[in-house]
Design a protein around this ligand. Structure first.
Ligand code: ZN
Ligand code: ZN
Length: 258
């Protein structure tokens, strides 16, 4: 199994998983052109992409949906409320043939992979994170949550790979230039995970099999990759787990995950 972050941050998010035969994207918050360009830069075959699992309806996760509907045969996996929100935001209809309905907390079989959406505390209609199990590989993409919950930690046990939000440094955010309401939203229990909160959650998701952690959805204004990294390194000290930071501009790939 291979994993890639094609883009990660408030300007657009897109993760990819591939077993060589089929590729699944998680979120499509960058343009179709960027999805193609970045997959090609990593040497991934665009023709293997079959589906997109959507976490929630914020634009940095769904921006490419209208173009993908027109230009690709890809199907969308999403909960009913999230699908309805996407249709409303983009003023379009996603035909039933292009939608695989999901329910938070219920595993779905997709092409022999087990995809489990689980609820995250975030200010969207039905925000979820994903656990993915495929051919002995266990991975999870967990971004856009205001605080670590027991439910999230429960779904992040026994993973090979964890892509985990580490959005902001609380002090940088507090002292930064964002307007007070936006600061309050990000800091709220349905906003985004600080480096501290991310590290705390990571500490609850450790297991001997955890091979790689990718810190994701970093704020370009209110964080520094080194600050996010230091917080996670504290938790991972003494372990063989690889630690990477996903960025907004450059794709990142991890191969041979299982
Ligand atoms: Zn986001
Ligand atoms: Zn969001």
């Amino acid at each position: 199994m291979r994993y890639a972050s094609l883009a990660s941050g408030s300007k657009g998010n897109c993760h990819a998983f591939s077993d060589g035969d089929r590729t699944l994207l998680v979120d499509v918050g960058i343009s179709y052109l960027q999805i193609r360009t970045r997959l090609e830069a990593l040497g991934w075959d665009l023709g293997r992409v079959q589906a997109v699992a959507i976490t929630h309806e914020h634009s940095d996760h769904i921006a490419a949906v209208p173009v993908l509907l027109r230009r690709t045969p890809w199907v969308f996996l999403a909960t009913a409320d999230t699908l309805t929100a996407i249709e409303r935001i983009h003023e379009l209809e996603i035909p039933p043939s292009r939608w695989i309905p999901l329910r938070a907390g219920q595993p779905a079989d997709w092409e022999g992979w087990r995809l489990l959406p689980f609820s995250t505390p975030h200010d969207a209609v039905d925000s979820v994170a994903y656990r993915l199990e495929a051919g002995g590989f266990h991975g999870a993409v967990v971004t856009d949550l205001g605080h670590p919950t027991a439910l999230v930690a429960d779904h992040c046990q026994d993973l090979d790979l964890l892509a985990l939000e580490s959005n902001h440094d609380v002090q940088m955010l507090r002292e930064g230039s964002y307007p007070p309401p936006l600061k309050a939203r990000i800091l709220s229990r349905v906003g985004h995970l600080s480096n501290e909160a991310s590290a705390e959650l990571l500490g609850r998701c450790l297991s001997p099999r955890l091979r790689a952690v990718v810190l994701a959805h970093l704020s370009e204004q209110n964080n520094e990759p080194d600050l996010a990294r230091f917080a996670a390194e504290e938790v991972l000290r003494g372990r063989a787990t690889a630690l990477q930071v996903a960025g907004q501009k450059d794709p990142l790939e991890l191969a041979d995950l299982a």
